[in-house]
Design a binder for this molecule. Sequence first.
Ligand code: FE2
Length: 182
Amino acid sequence: MFKKTKIYSLANIYLLGSLKNHSLFKTKLLNEINNSPSKSSSNIFRCDWEIHKDIKREYQNTLFDDLLIPHFIKVSKILSSSGFEINNYWFQQYEKGSSHDWHIHPKTNYTGVYYIEYPDTTAKTEIYNFLTKDKLELEHIEEGDVLIFPSNLVHRAPKITNNLRKTIVSFNIDFLKFNIKS
Ligand SMILES: [Fe+2]
């Protein structure tokens, strides 16, 4: 009756890019985030996750028009995709003691993180590997990078142990219509 469920390895990917305009827009973006409504959420110091989605974010235009949309177009080409849809986005600010426990992002095929303030000594994003039971620390990520990965990968932001703030924007994105030549 009962047959054992086995776990197999399948090649998976994540994409890590660096925004060339990051240093130009960092201060403006942080000011706009500071002016945005927020609530503390779980163990995160400031976040607009719980702010109603109909309320326009002051940082929205800088974030997308000046920074992320050109990057998403490049990523679409890498993935042989003819388009993308952004499903959701929100900022998170971490201070000493802040963390975000293991989670996935449901109802989207990719998710991502734009590292706006990311000190070298901060706790790095981790991804959990169910096959090896290892925690993969993404130690090569730097400020100004954009990480995009399949949304079913379980990941976390470990606790911040120093006095340096970390600010990210997370987003959910669907890449659509893959044009892969057979
Ligand atoms: Fe996440």
